[in-house]
Structure formats: structure tokens, C-alpha cells
Design a protein around this ligand. Structure first.
Ligand SMILES: NC(=O)c1ccc[n+]([C@@H]2O[C@H](COP(=O)([O-])OP(=O)(O)OC[C@H]3O[C@@H](n4cnc5c(N)ncnc54)[C@H](OP(=O)(O)O)[C@@H]3O)[C@@H](O)[C@H]2O)c1
Length: 320
């Protein structure tokens, strides 16, 4: 990090981590050596993730200052007057005094839903309406960002960052901000290599975090990907895995860190916790890196331009 902080290269993703398993899994992850957790209000499990963090810190698995915890501002809190309360709620749920990183989850501003009506509010304004839909509101991203900057000035968060921006939006943000985003978190895997995003962020000294670094598996149960779209069964990856005596997942994650990103694999399997962290005792050759780079299909699985219409009855493209 330009501020001298250490951004651990592998973070545990917590989206869809079931609440009952989350405390023990997070505790086991920290015991196994994870020093980076990727959380969000929208994942609905911050209290349980927080319980796991608290248990690990109590055990002495690591010190708080050795652990990097990220959370994210949800879409319904983009109005500047709601940003601080949203951050404080995540802090309270995670049982922390400060976040290492707070990200704007999506460049999507939705109408406010009070905490006591629904938390997390998710995407529908009123899920019980006759025709439930999202309720977009007009909040300039720069205004939300101004409130994010206030959080950093007030010491609630050490750094602020963005997710899911196209380069034009990021450029616009950089043109007007007082505090630059420390991190851009975006979907990155061998079928969506985002070479220009990576290069632009590196040029601007913005760290890049890869979400869904394993590609399709996260989206199969949601009907947002087909089994044939899994890079983990791609012959280029499976043959490299055999050659290195590693799993396909490790090859894909190693490619991610070796190209300069942090990777955020989610697993709820205790065995895979160790697998996804064991990336630093082997390396891919330049030829192997190039072969994986060459797999790019520009396949975005997490695209509001598709899923908002299909699942939330609202056409909401953001990348075009
Ligand atoms: N900012 C954003 O908009 C955004 C969007 C999406 C995700 N994220 C963050 O990024 C994290 C990771 O993304 P993700 O959860 O979508 O996907 P992911 O981490 O790429 O993949 C998770 C899926 O792969 C399986 N898996 C884990 N390790 C594996 C391995 N070594 N081999 C084979 N399969 C494996 C998991 O199953 P098991 O659990 O059964 O192991 C799960 O089904 C999220 O959890 C979240 O923290 C952020």
C-alpha cells in the first residue's frame, strides 16, 4: 500500500458463507494463517464473521493489527447522510473499532431502507410489493465518496476504496476526490482477465483485489454460470495443475497473485482453507502465465446488467 500498510495477498471471501458455520470457519481460517477477511453488509453474516474474529483474537491466533478486515457500503446507503451509520453498523456487527478498508460495493444508489425495516436490505425496495423491484435514486457517486472520505478522516476506517467501476468512472472519481481509493475490487479470473483495468490501476497506484477469483463455481448454484464455463476444468489449467502437483484452484489463484492482485477465495470447506492459502511455495513460469492470460473469454458472471433484470425486475447496466 502507498500508505505503508500491508495488504495480505489472500483474503477469505465471506459472500454466501452460511451463518451457522461462519464463526467456527472464520476462527479456523485465522488459525490456519488467513490475515485478510473480505466482508460486506450485504452478505448478511457480519455478526457471525465478527464472532469468529473475536474468538480468534481471544485465542491469540493473531493480533488485531495483523488482521486486515474489509467491509462494504451497501447500495441503499449511498446518500451521504446514511454512510456513517452504515459503517458503524458493520463495525458493531464485526465487533471492531476500525476497518482496514471500506469499499463502495456497487456504483448503484438505491432508496434508503431503515435498519429496523430490513437489514441487510438487499436489492428490492419492498420485497412484499405486488411487483417488487429495485428503487434507484439520483445520488452522484462523488457525493457518496465525499462521505467515505469523512469516515477515513474520522478514523472509523483506515482506507477507502471502490468496487465494480469502469475505467471512465474511476478516472472521474480520481479527478475530483480529496482521498484517492486505495483499492479497486473487481471480478477477475482467467475467463475475465481485465488487462486494461489492472494496468490502469497499477499506473494509478490503486491496489487491485480479485473477487470471484475461481470464476464460475460461485455462480453455478445461482444459475448465473454453466458447468462448462468453469476454468477449473479447462485443460490448460488442469494440465498445469498435474505438472506442478497442485489443484486447479491453486493454479488459478497463483496466477492471480502472480499478476499482482490480491485474491479473495471463499470456501466453507475447512480442507480448502489450507489449499487456497498454499500459493507461495511454487511459481508459474512466464510461459504458463501467458497461457492462462490467453484463456480470457471476457466472461463476466457478476453483471448487474443481467442479474438485476432477471432477479430484481430492474434493468440496471453499469459496465457499458
Ligand atoms: N465486490 C463485489 O461486488 C463482490 C462480488 C462477488 C464476490 N465478492 C467477494 O469475493 C469473494 C470471492 O468470490 P466468490 O465467493 O464469488 O467466488 P470464489 O471465491 O471464486 O469461488 C467460491 C466457490 O468456489 C468453491 N471453491 C473454493 N475453493 C475452491 C477450490 N480450491 N477448488 C474448487 N472450488 C473451490 C467454493 O465452494 P466451497 O465453499 O464449498 O469450498 C465456492 O463455491 C466473495 O466471497 C466476496 O467476499 C465481492
Amino acid at each position: 500500500m502507498p500508505d505503508g500498510g500491508r495488504f495480505p495477498l489472500v483474503g477469505l471471501g465471506t459472500w454466501k458463507l452460511p451463518k451457522p458455520q461462519a464463526p467456527a470457519l472464520v476462527q479456523a481460517a485465522i488459525r490456519a494463517g488467513y490475515r485478510h477477511l473480505d466482508c460486506a453488509c450485504d452478505y448478511g453474516n457480519e455478526p457471525e464473521v465478527g464472532a469468529g474474529i473475536a474468538a480468534a483474537l481471544r485465542d491469540g491466533a493473531c493480533r488485531r493489527d495483523e488482521l486486515w478486515v474489509t467491509s462494504k457500503l451497501w447500495n441503499t446507503y449511498h446518500e451521504p447522510k446514511h454512510v456513517r451509520a452504515a459503517c458503524e453498523r458493520s463495525l458493531r456487527d464485526l465487533k471492531l473499532d476500525v476497518l482496514d478498508l471500506y469499499l463502495v460495493h456497487f456504483p448503484i444508489a438505491l432508496a434508503y431502507v431503515p435498519f429496523d425495516v430490513r437489514y441487510p436490505p438487499e436489492w428490492f425496495f419492498d420485497p412484499n410489493a405486488a411487483k417488487p423491484a429495485m428503487k434507484p435514486i439520483n445520488v452522484p457517486y462523488a457525493d457518496t465518496w465525499g462521505a467515505m472520505e469523512e469516515l477515513q478522516r474520522a478514523g472509523l476506517v483506515k482506507r477507502i476504496g471502490v468496487c465494480n467501476l469502469n475505467i471512465s468512472m474511476l478516472r472521474d472519481l480520481l479527478a475530483g476526490c480529496s482521498i484517492r481509493p486505495a483499492v479497486h475490487q473487481l471480478e477477475l479470473h482467467p475467463y475475465l482477465t481485465q488487462v486494461r483495468q489492472l494496468r490502469y490501476c497499477q499506473q494509478e497506484q490503486i491496489a487491485v483485489s480479485a473477487f470471484s477469483p475461481l470464476g464460475a463455481p460461485s455462480y453455478l448454484p445461482l444459475g448465473m454460470a454453466q458447468a462448462a464455463e468453469s476454468v477449473l476444468t479447462d485443460p490448460v489449467v488442469t494440465s498445469m495443475a498435474a505438472a506442478h502437483g497442485r489443484t486447479p484452484g491453486q493454479i488459478v489463484l497463483r496466477w492471480g497473485v502472480q499478476r499482482g492482485c490480491t485474491v479473495l477465495p471463499k470456501t466453507q470447506s475447512p480442507a480448502r482453507l489450507a489449499e487456497n492459502l498454499a500459493l507461495f511455495d511454487f511459481a508459474l513460469s512466464a510461459g504458463e502465465m501467458a497461457a492462462i492470460d490467453g484463456l480470457d473469454r471476457h466472461r463476466r458472471f457478476n453483471d448487474p446488467g443481467h442479474f438485476c433484470e432477471k432477479a430484481f425486475n430492474t434493468f440496471f447496466p453499469i459496465f457499458d
